[in-house]
Design a protein around this ligand. Structure first.
Ligand code: SF4
Ligand code: SF4
Length: 396
């Protein structure tokens, strides 16, 4: 086996991860090598291929206006140009999302074009429209992973949220059609007050279904989350409990688990590993050992259905526009991205936190709460050592 990982541009992140994971002897060394090389390397692009959708979920910013907004979706030609441009920056994973990407008639042409250009393609769907024929088309297009969203572990919770009776069963059916064809399937769940009581069952479902991965998203009160945020956000203490529990199940290694948009998971992971005397390596902690909390603008970005580029789908600070400049220009030169790539610019307690380089806090939550995306993360209970010391000095 070769120990040369090559430059990140030479292989997809997934390929590199498998090289590292397979190399038991030098895993830790390669993780460090990987982190060094992928700094500010474009790893994932979430592209809202359409504003259109077949559902009207409680949390969605689109609600009744999706049909209206769809008129501004990028055309097929503009979509191909975007892919050409992305391919000139690197070989990231391109996640085709929406709205509902399968609502877009040319979605498979777009996927095939992306594959032809050397990108790794993934599809983020609500799963409800996937019958046998659609599942086959997804596989044939070269898409390598499909994530299906479940907003609860039961049909009652999910359907209530999705405002469509039967949508849980439809999504489950779609998932099984894909599995039958050997597609790698991932379950995505946004955790909020309405479904947090079902989180253990959700994990159990994912394991029993034999999906490849379970990714939990902690609700962000901006963008898609803004409609229900106030009464659905978990309090910071409960948020901490959920992440600690998720760390425990990650150690079971039954399926791939990932806490997304929960940057302080990476602080918790380090705190817990230290308590247990475990060294964090790809062998012990998988992909989580090689990444950090908030990747907005440093390794990931979001392209809206009409071409605006944002650090992520929840941080509404525009970094550029692909119809006015090249994607490469946005990625390389945007002021917003430059700011997000420099943890030394962080403010408040994130700015003095010893975990800031592996966590960074959620920049979208900071923006929502304080109007400045560089401010401190409002849903983290951790007190950086510097604050703890200052408090001790006052009391002694
Ligand atoms: S700012 Fe970072 S952590 Fe927050 S939603 Fe965006 S990518 Fe996720
Ligand atoms: S204070 Fe900020 S950087 Fe530190 S762990 Fe909490 S969210 Fe992360």
């Amino acid at each position: 086996m070769t120990h040369n990982l090559g430059h990140p541009k030479d292989a997809t992140i997934k390929e590199m991860f498998h090289k590292i994971k397979d190399d038991k002897k030098h895993g830790s060394h390669h993780a460090a090598h990987f982190m060094k090389n992928v700094k500010n390397q474009l790893r994932l692009i979430f592209w809202e291929t359409t504003a259109g959708c077949n559902l009207e979920c409680v949390h969605c910013r689109r609600l009744d206006v999706s049909k209206e907004l769809m008129r501004d979706d990028l055309t097929t030609e503009q979509s191909f140009q975007l892919i050409d441009n992305i391919a000139s920056v690197g070989k990231p994973i391109l996640v085709l999302s929406g709205g509902e990407p399968l609502f877009r008639p040319d979605i498979f042409d777009i996927a095939k074009y992306g594959v032809k250009k050397g990108l790794t393609l993934a599809l983020a769907t609500n799963g409800t429209s996937i019958d046998e024929a659609i599942a086959q088309k997804i596989v044939d297009s070269g898409i390598q992973r499909v994530s299906i969203s479940f907003d609860g572990a039961t049909s009652k919770t999910h359907d209530e949220f999705r405002k469509l009776p039967g949508s849980f069963d439809m999504a489950l059916r779609g998932l099984k059609h894909l599995q039958k064809l050997g597609m790698s399937v991932q379950i995505n769940s946004t955790i909020a007050k309405h479904n947090v009581h079902e989180i253990k069952q959700l994990y159990k479902n994912a394991v029993e279904l034999g999906v490849h991965a379970l990714h939990i998203f902690m609700l962000v009160p901006v963008g898609c989350g803004v409609e229900i945020a106030d009464d659905q956000m978990l309090p910071p203490e409960q948020y901490e409990e959920v992440l600690n529990w998720f760390y425990d199940v990650s150690l079971e290694k039954k399926i791939e688990t990932k806490a997304t948009c929960a940057p302080h998971y990476f602080r918790i992971m380090r705190q817990r590993a230290k308590e247990d005397g475990i060294k964090i390596t790809p062998k012990t902690h998988g992909m989580a050992a090689m990444t950090k909390g908030c990747l907005a603008g440093s390794s990931i970005c979001f392209v809206s259905h009409k071409g605006e580029v944002f650090p992520c789908g929840y941080l509404p600070v525009e970094a550029g526009h692909i119809l006015k400049q090249s994607f490469k220009d946005v990625w390389d030169n945007s002021e917003v991205f430059k700011n997000l790539r420099d943890p030394d610019l962080l403010l408040g307690k994130c700015g003095i936190c010893e975990y800031k380089k592996v966590c960074e806090g959620c920049r979208a939550r900071a923006y929502f709460e304080k109007g400045n995306y560089l401010e401190e993360e409002p849903y983290c209970i951790y007190e950086p050592i510097q604050t703890q010391k200052e408090k001790e000095e006052v009391t002694t």
